[in-house]
Every structure is written in structure tokens, then in C-alpha cells.
Design a protein around this ligand. Structure first.
Ligand SMILES: Cc1cc2nc3c(=O)[nH]c(=O)nc-3n(C[C@H](O)[C@H](O)[C@H](O)COP(=O)(O)OP(=O)(O)OC[C@H]3O[C@@H](n4cnc5c(N)ncnc54)[C@H](O)[C@@H]3O)c2cc1C
Length: 599
């Protein structure tokens, strides 16, 4: 290991988004922790989150954590675990208050309490009407969370290693010994030797062509764990957010509809009234994305094209507020105050003033409900019997606790980050008190260094960007809002071909310093694998549930499919196994009975 620098910590956290920073804050109170991030921390995708963080504070109207829990279970299409949901919804309340005390500048109601807005799928369980549950700081909620947590971490002397790209996990049998990373500036390899490792590396939306996800969201941590014999759970459930900017995919927050915005087809019809008569434009995201898709298919897209309009102009909104019997009215100033970034985006990217004109939108690949299976303390689980891999943790979008099941409700990811970031960080710190630092195996970085040498020196003919384009095209065509057995077969066979092409890839930059060409090629390898896991898991699930909608199996099938998928990587291809869904929380003695979802 002559060329490798070795650093030693009690624990390392990979990722400096909301989950990584919250975990770091808690873990660093008891243990010597380093946060390793390929991006400068405040550039993490959490900073792009717009609409809000869900917590049943009940600041303006009646609300209860039990309502939040039921909505989350219903939104998940009954594929989430009851004990995890209860933890999420109960802990959301003190954790949001904790963020407020840390200095997070939430919007406020005139009485001084944190301002809350409506969001898809969040309801008053008695009336079925939308409830104000999304706490927000204008439409920059994630930005404020990220900045607040980063400042707290700096104040608490957390060690940051910025712009180090983690590429492997050092696992010896059922123990972890640390990770291997590349320093982006120099291209040097480093080993971070530790008692515990926590992955908080975020999502993998870049598998698709049109996505709300940043360029960096390439599922590195997810793929690293898969390669080290850790299964991935429920990967067939990937959320398409209904309102991405047409063609660009840039997100227009659901907060726009929360503030009264409506979706309109080419005939000027508010079509969600047909698909979800009670809750209309605020149905859960899977339902709204499918509705847009069906409108377009029926020839009711705007100008016969692949998009509909999202309308927040005061004339339209006030008309529907009046029709729905609400007293509230909006004007330009309200839009500019509550949705300043959205107004800015649409002016910049579309030349559209949202106070005067509607915005062209289409579904955009947004969020991975699946990921690395964990328990409520963020400990990574290895199988259907829930065996723990001691010392290995995951939190945030990369993890699957599972609170989102088949479909995540808006605002519940930010809640997930801070609640489970905190629980896993605390547990990891306690673990480090008694755990020993186990020795590094010989040549701990050898295997991954060899793979990088292969990529760097590969004189293949295939350009990485062409492989990426083909992967995104097949995922967008075949593993999208609707799927069938045949479309997924096509995707799997395309991806197998691309896997072979990847062995013959051409990296132009042969240098060491800031070799983004090389690192992006490695990231592409992660995306290819996660695309395949998604397609294989999805093809096996012969039912429609949450975000997984199959034309050839249009019904939910609780008899056969009320179970979580686990996908393992084998030498040749992938192996699937299944795990029970927890519908009963024994501690609280609350049980959920799956019902058809009506919105
Ligand atoms: C545009 C947009 C708007 C959203 N709005 C909302 C919202 O209003 N409410 C809500 O609840 N959710 C929202 N979401 C979802 C939510 O923001 C994300 O799910 C969440 O922020 C993910 O946080 P995270 O901490 O898991 O990871 P991220 O914030 O994505 O951070 C990942 C971290 O991992 C690091 N990393 C990754 N790979 C490596 C590697 N190989 N080596 C080292 N470091 C690595 C990165 O540097 C980064 O620091 C939104 C998402 C998007 C894209």
C-alpha cells in the first residue's frame, strides 16, 4: 500500500447532505468522526430541496402525528414498515423544533409559529381534505437545512474532508474496516480506517434522461454496498415527480400546488378533478404523474405535446379557491414571497412569468424509495431475517428504513434525513465506544486501485457519454411511469449490452489531477448497475403498487406481493429474495390493514 495514505477515525460518514450532517452532529458528540464528501458540503442536493419538511406541528389547524403516519402508510401503498413510520412521524415534531432552535430561518405565521403549507397526500384524516403540515423557509427549505446543519457541524468541530470521492468499502467477512477514497485534486488514493462507516450518499436519478436530480446523484454508496454483498431493497419503486420543467426536468415544487396552483390540459380542464375528486391536484405523486401521462396519451397534452400546464396565476387560482369554498386569495406579491426561487427559475429557463402565464411541466425522475436496507437505528441489514452487519450504517435517500414503501409523500424525505440521520449518528457513536478498531486487511485498496488503473488505461472504443445516453434512453422508454414485462425485458437486454460496452470504455484523460473524466466513468458504472437492479426487481414484481405501475398487471396484489424485494449481486447477474412488510407496530399496538387508495 505504498501509494496510499491511511487516516484513522472512530467513524467515517460518507456524504454531507442533510442525512450525513445530522448524523455527524450527533456522532461527533461522543466519537472522533470524519465526514467525507465528493462535493463541497453545501453543494449537496439537499440544498436544492424546495417545498418543505413534514411535521404535524398543528400550528394553524388540527393535526396529529397519527394522521401523518396514516397518510405516509397510505401514500406508500402499504409497502412501508409501521414501526419506522411511527418513529418518523413522532420524532419529526421535536426534530423540526430542534432545527428551529439551531437557527433555521423558517417562514412564520403572524403569531410567530413556524409557517406550514399543504402538500400532496397530507390530509386531515377525519375530513380527507389537505392539511397544512409542510414547514418551510420560502421555497428554499433544503438550502436552509443544509446551511444550518453545516454551521452547527463547524461549530462542533466536525472534521470535513471535502472533495474526496469514496470508491470502495473495506469489508472483511461480517465486519467493516473503513473505506477507500480518491482525493479529487491529486488523484491519490486514501484509506479511511475506522470502526464504523455510515453511507449518506443520496440518490441515483441520473439513471434517467429527464430528472430533477443534480449531476452528482449517481448512487455511488448504493452501488458500493451492492458490490460488497449487501442487498438493495425495493429498487423497483422510483418516484417520478409530476412537475418537472418540460424537457429540462428541473423541479417545480409541489408547494406550488400546495399554495393553490392547478394542473390544466389542452382543453383548459383541471383534469385532476377526474382522477382524485377529493384531493385533486394534491393527490400523491404517483397518482398525479400517471394522470399527466394518461392525459398526454389521450391527446390532451398542450399543443399535442408531451406536457401539461401548471397554473399559479392569481386569476386561475382565485377562481378555483372560490369554487372550493375557500376565503383565501393570492396575488403577485404572494407568489414572489412564497415561491421566489420558482418564479426565478421559470423566468430564467422558460421566459415565463408565473404570475402571468402557466408553466409547461412533465413528470421527472426524482427519488429512490428503495436503497440499502436498515433498521430504525440506521444499521445495515443483510437479509430477510434482518441480520445486522455491525459497524455499517446508512441514512437519508441512500437508505431504505422503510418509511416510503411504494411511493414517498412530498416533504417526508427531509424529515427522513434529519430523524434517521440523528438516530443513526447517535447509535454509531455508542457503537464506537465499545467496538475495537480491527486491523486493515493486506492490500485493502488493491482491488479498487486495479479497477481504476484498468479504466484509466483502457484503450477501448466506446465513449462514456454514449453509454450514458443509451442507458438513460432505455430507462426512460422502458422503466418509467408505466412498465410491462416486455419493456423491462428490452431494458434488461440493453443494459446487459451496455455492461459489456463498459468493459471496452475509453477514458481520454490519463492524468491524475482533477480527473473528472475518470471519476465520471466510474460513476457511470454505478448507474449502469443500479439501472439493472431496478429493471430486474421491477420485472419480477407482477402487480401495480405505488410508483410501480404495470400495464400488464394493473391491480395491486396483496396476496402475492405484500413484501419487500431484496436484490443481491451475484457473479453472474442478480438474485432476488423477499422480506415481510411490518404492518403492525407491536410496541404501540397499532396495525394497518391495506385498503384500496382513494384520493
Ligand atoms: C430538486 C429537488 C427538490 C426536492 N425538494 C424536496 C422537498 O421539498 N422536501 C423533501 O422532503 N424532499 C425534497 N427532495 C428530496 C430530498 O431533497 C433528497 O432526497 C435529500 O435531500 C437527499 O439527502 P441526502 O442527505 O440523503 O443526500 P444528498 O443531499 O444528495 O447528499 C449526498 C452527499 O453524498 C456525497 N457523496 C455522494 N457520493 C459520494 C462518494 N462516492 N464519495 C464521497 N461523497 C459522496 C455528496 O458529496 C453529498 O454530500 C428534493 C429533491 C430534489 C432533487
Amino acid at each position: 500500500m505504498a501509494d496510499v495514505k491511511i487516516h484513522t477515525y472512530d467513524a467515517v460518514i460518507i456524504g454531507a447532505g442533510g442525512a450525513g450532517l445530522m448524523a455527524a452532529l450527533y456522532a461527533s458528540r461522543k466519537a472522533n468522526v470524519a465526514v467525507i464528501s465528493k462535493l463541497y458540503p453545501t453543494r449537496s442536493h439537499t440544498g436544492a430541496a424546495q417545498g418543505g419538511i413534514g411535521a404535524a406541528l398543528g400550528n394553524m389547524e388540527e393535526d396529529h402525528w397519527r394522521w401523518h403516519a396514516y397518510d405516509t402508510m397510505k401514500g406508500s401503498d402499504f409497502l412501508a414498515d409501521a414501526d419506522a413510520i411511527h418513529k418518523l412521524c413522532q420524532e419529526a415534531i421535536p426534530t423540526v423544533i430542534e432545527l428551529e432552535y439551531m437557527g433555521l430561518p423558517f417562514d412564520r405565521f403572524p403569531n410567530g409559529t413556524i409557517s406550514q403549507r399543504r402538500f400532496g397526500g397530507h390530509t386531515n384524516n377525519d375530513t380527507g381534505k389537505p392539511v397544512m403540515r409542510a414547514c418551510h423557509a420560502a421555497d428554499r427549505t433544503g438550502h436552509m437545512i443544509l446551511q444550518t446543519l453545516y454551521q452547527q457541524c463547524i461549530k462542533n468541530n466536525v472534521n470535513f474532508l471535502d472533495e474526496f470521492h469514496v470508491v470502495d468499502l473495506i469489508r472483511v467477512d461480517d465486519t467493516v474496516r473503513g473505506v477507500v477514497a480518491i482525493e479529487i485534486a491529486t488523484g491519490e488514493f486514501h484509506i479511511f480506517h475506522s470502526k464504523a462507516v455510515l453511507f449518506a450518499t443520496g440518490g441515483w436519478g441520473r439513471c434517467w434522461e429527464v430528472t430533477s436530480n443534480a449531476h452528482s446523484l449517481t448512487g455511488d454508496g448504493t452501488a458500493i454496498c451492492l458490490r460488497r454483498n449487501i442487498p438493495l431493497q425495493d429498487m423497483e419503486f422510483f418516484q417520478f415527480h409530476p412537475t418537472g420543467i418540460f424537457k429540462l426536468g428541473i423541479l417545480i415544487t409541489e408547494g406550488v400546488r400546495g399554495e393553490g396552483g392547478v394542473l390544466i390540459n389542452k382543453d383548459g380542464e383541471r383534469f385532476m378533478e377526474r382522477y382524485a375528486p377529493n384531493i385533486k391536484d394534491l393527490a400523491s405523486r404517483d397518482v398525479v404523474s400517471r394522470a399527466i401521462y394518461l392525459e398526454v396519451q389521450a391527446g390532451r397534452g398542450i399543443n399535442g405535446q408531451n406536457y401539461v400546464h401548471l397554473d399559479i396565476t392569481p386569476d386561475t387560482v382565485n377562481h378555483y379557491l372560490e369554487q372550493d369554498g375557500e376565503d383565501r386569495r393570492i396575488d403577485r406579491e404572494y407568489i414572489e414571497t412564497k415561491l421566489p426561487d420558482i418564479a426565478d427559475f421559470t423566468r430564467t429557463y422558460l421566459g415565463v412569468d408565473p404570475a402571468l402565464e402557466p408553466m409547461p411541466v412533465q413528470p421527472t425522475a426524482h427519488y429512490g424509495m428503495g436503497g440499502i436496507p436498515t433498521d430504525l437505528d440506521g444499521r445495515v441489514l443483510l437479509d430477510a431475517q434482518k441480520s445486522v452487519l455491525p459497524g455499517l450504517y446508512a441514512a437519508g435517500e441512500v437508505a431504505c428504513v422503510s418509511v416510503h414503501g411504494g411511493n414517498r409523500l412530498g416533504t417526508n424525505s427531509l424529515t427522513d434525513l434529519v430523524v434517521f440521520g440523528k438516530l443513526s449518528g447517535s447509535h454509531m457513536a455508542d457503537y464506537c465506544q465499545s467496538a475495537e478498531l480491527l486491523p486493515l486487511p493486506d492490500d485493502a485498496a488493491g482491488e479498487i486501485m486495479a479497477e481504476f488503473e484498468r479504466l484509466r488505461n483502457s484503450n477501448g472504443q466506446v465513449k462514456p457519454h454514449l453509454v450514458r445516453q443509451k442507458m438513460q434512453a432505455t430507462m426512460t422508454k422502458n422503466v418509467s411511469v408505466f412498465r410491462t414485462h416486455d419493456t423491462m425485458s428490452e431494458a434488461i437486454s440493453d443494459l446487459e449490452e451496455l455492461r459489456d460496452a463498459y468493459l471496452n470504455i475509453q477514458v481520454e484523460d490519463k492524468g491524475k489531477q482533477f480527473n473528472t473524466d475518470l471519476l465520471e466513468t466510474w460513476e457511470l458504472g454505478c448507474l449502469l448497475e443500479l439501472s439493472e437492479v431496478t429493471a430486474v426487481s421491477a420485472q419480477a414484481r407482477e402487480e401495480s403498487r405505488g410508483a410501480h405501475a404495470r400495464d400488464d398487471y394493473p391491480e395491486r396484489d396483496d396476496e402475492r406481493w405484500l413484501k419487500h424485494t431484496l436484490c443481491y449481486k451475484e457473479t453472474e447477474g442478480y438474485r432476488l429474495d423477499y422480506k415481510d412488510v411490518v404492518l403492525k407496530d407491536d410496541q404501540l399496538d397499532i396495525e394497518y390493514i391495506p385498503k384500496p387508495r382513494v384520493y
